[in-house]
Design a protein around this ligand. Structure first.
Ligand code: NAD
Length: 389
């Protein structure tokens, strides 16, 4: 391995339930073309069915443990925010080289301690959650790739808990009608949920506050509900802005009038920088058909259903409510492939300058950079973290 090359290190993900790996063997050659050498931690890809041998055949080195990987790497490519590594009895940031670069998720407002540790070690941190929703960034948009997985998985989970067939079934014992599915929020996850439910043969209705999504909903074969009653909703960088309380009240009335007809409700509604709005109240759940299933994808952001418990499946009034979190973690093969393709595109853009410096004129680099040269460079995050001190 040439000593002048930058070394990209891929540690094993240690967050509970995580099965993905941040870089799959197929992406190694693209990074090598950028003049980077890749080292993975032994067994990093095992849970996603990518063996150490495949990485070696693709030209990567294999470090025997996390401590050695962190000691070698100039760039750490990861999925989940750095945390305490119990095997090494060290925090992942502690194991990183002084002044190295971290690329992955950081969840900075919820994990300010990690940001403080990174500042102390002058680690440059890029958070994929802050990817701008612009056309040029689409190929690097990990959030969207992972939301697609979540939308798909949510429907599969609903099918697992529902005691009914999804499609129309004509049997010798009679005809069973297709299940009725309602999707709340037709962004990335919602549209994928619509497409998946339709593929399984369900009759689907969807609701969103952005009139622009009507065409997308209908092109997937679903019925758009409630939009006629809706005034224009503002968006910021492709994301919906928070709607008023009065607006939410009338929205809940529309949902209330429809929810009683549905067997499955998948909720994905979320406005930019806000907690998920409550769209399904206790009263609505009480009025739903017995045996119905709600899968609340927005559970990690507070939930769209008043009764959702994040990370738990509960039953109330005969309705199963799944407060699903980190669904992409349970989808290791395609989850890793999509993650690493987006990540490789991001790294290629990040290291496009000939001298290896970061181009902060580039909106993608600027928006995703959280820490640089011992400082928090994202103003909103700096303000939130300082407020807590
Ligand atoms: P997105 O921004 O693409 O879609 C959100 C949609 O909600 C937008 O179309 C927006 O217009 C709509 N919306 C906003 N306010 C609404 C309201 N009051 N009523 C109806 N619709 C409203 O986001 P996404 O990438 O599809 O993610 C959706 C949610 O899923 C987020 O909360 C995200 O954190 C969560 N998510 C969870 C998992 C998981 O594993 N559970 C994985 C990925 C994403």
């Amino acid at each position: 391995m040439s000593s002048k090359n930058i070394i990209v290190g891929v540690p094993k993900e240690i967050y509970g339930g995580e099965m993905r790996v941040a870089l799959v063997p197929k992406m190694i050659s693209s990074l090598k073309r950028l003049g980077q050498d890749i080292v993975i931690e032994k067994g990093a890809g095992n849970r996603a069915f990518f063996s150490d041998e495949e990485y070696e055949q693709a030209g990567a080195g294999v470090a025997p443990n996390a401590a050695q990987l962190y000691a070698e790497a100039d760039i750490i490519v990861k999925i989940n925010p750095p945390q305490e590594n119990m095997d090494e009895e060290k925090h992942e940031v502690e194991m990183m080289k002084q002044g190295c670069t971290y690329i992955g998720f950081l969840n900075p407002t919820k994990k300010p301690d990690v940001i403080r540790r990174m500042i102390e070690k002058t680690i440059t941190g890029f958070d994929m959650e802050y990817m701008p929703r612009i056309a040029r960034a689409q190929s690097m948009d990990i959030l969207s790739s992972m939301s697609s997985i979540a939308g798909y998985r949510a429907v599969i989970i609903a099918a697992q808990y529902l005691g009914k067939f999804f499609p129309l079934m004509m049997t010798a014992a009679g005809t069973i009608p297709p299940v009725r599915v309602m999707i709340l929020g037709a962004g990335v996850a919602g549209l994928q949920a619509i497409a998946t439910a339709r593929r399984l043969g369900a009759s689907v209705e969807a609701f969103d506050v952005r009139p622009a999504v009507r065409e997308q909903i209908e092109s997937l074969g679903a019925k758009c509900i409630g939009l006629d009653a809706i005034e224009t909703v503002e968006t910021i960088g492709g994301y919906t802005k928070r709607v008023s309380d009065e607006f939410l009240e009338s929205e809940r009335e529309i949902i209330d009038s429809r929810i009683v007809h549905h067997d499955v409700v998948i909720t994905t509604a979320k406005a930019f920088g806000e907690n998920a709005p409550v769209l399904i109240t206790d009263g609505m759940v009480r009025r739903m058909k017995k045996g119905a299933v709600i899968v609340d994808i927005a559970a990690d952001q507070g939930g769209n259903c008043e009764l959702t418990v994040a990370g738990k499946n509960i039953e109330k009034y005969g309705i199963t409510i799944c407060g699903v979190i980190n669904l992409p973690a349970t989808f290791p093969v395609d989850g890793s492939i999509l993650y690493s393709k987006n990540m490789t595109n991001f790294i290629t853009n990040l290291y496009k300058t000939k001298d290896g410096t970061f181009d902060f004129e580039d909106e993608i680099t600027r928006s995703t950079c959280i820490t640089y040269q011992g400082k928090i460079v994202n103003k909103a995050i700096k303000k939130t973290i300082q407020k807590e001190e």
